[in-house]
Design a protein around this ligand. Structure first.
Ligand code: FMN
Length: 199
């Protein structure tokens, strides 16, 4: 019953390890030149698209994060080429993990504009967005959609808070990756003391 599949080519996982120059130590057709480093991404995308259609395939990329040693010597060159390739393969969306955790750099505006120019279909960004940053990215045209991670954990009613400009509750980093339900499903929805109360 899924509508599609997101290929995870970000955050230091397998496809990301092929893409980045400093994590790919191969000496065969899958390492060395940019074309070779893109080959695994290309073949996996083509294989999945052949099964379910490219219109049901999205791809997640992380140009500047360095998780699990995925460092690239020239990320703009590598990821603009990846975006162009994925546009030619006509995948339905590209999902950019911009800054995964607090130490990852935000992408320069010029890089985002060049990615926009390189990829014709839906572009999604995620990483440290708040309402103002999200609206600015949509307005500039860099992004068609914005993903929220940690804010959604602490704000189950995040769309309502965005819509009405309500403040956001902070998340507790200590409970994000372990324990039981505490810190994951027990954050309350927004309660304003000034909101009209039902009679
Ligand atoms: C609890 C938790 C688990 C996550 N697990 C994954 C994961 O398995 N794979 C992934 O690519 N990103 C994962 N992320 C990262 C998010 O997809 C997102 O990129 C990140 O939280 C940055 O967005 P934010 O600043 O809106 O939180 C996770 C984030 C959180 C908070």
């Amino acid at each position: 019953g899924f509508d599609g599949i997101e290929l995870h080519a970000a955050n230091g996982y397998l496809i990301n390890q092929f893409l980045d120059s400093e994590s790919n130590a191969r000496t065969d057709n899958y390492g060395g030149s940019l074309e070779n480093r893109l080959r695994f991404l290309k073949e996996v995308t083509e294989a999945v698209s052949a099964e379910i259609g490219a219109d049901r395939v999205g791809v997640r990329l992380a140009p500047l994060t360095t998780l699990n040693g995925t460092v690239d010597a020239n990320p703009e060159q590598t990821y603009l080429a990846a975006a162009k390739l994925l546009g030619e393969l006509n995948v339905t969306y590209l999902h950019i993990a911009e800054a995964d955790w607090d130490d990852a750099p935000l992408m320069p505006d010029n890089f985002k504009q060049r990615l926009r120019d390189a990829f014709p279909n839906t572009l999604i960004y995620a990483g440290k967005y708040d309402g103002d940053r999200a609206r600015a990215a949509l307005k500039a045209g860099w992004a068609d959609m914005i993903g929220f991670g940690r804010p959604f954990v602490a704000n189950p009613d995040l769309p309502d808070r965005l819509r009405h400009g309500y403040p956001w509750a902070p998340h507790d980093p200590a409970t994000l990756f372990g324990g039981a339900e505490q810190g994951l499903i027990d954050y309350p929805v927004y309660q304003s003391s000034t909101e009209p109360q039902p009679a």
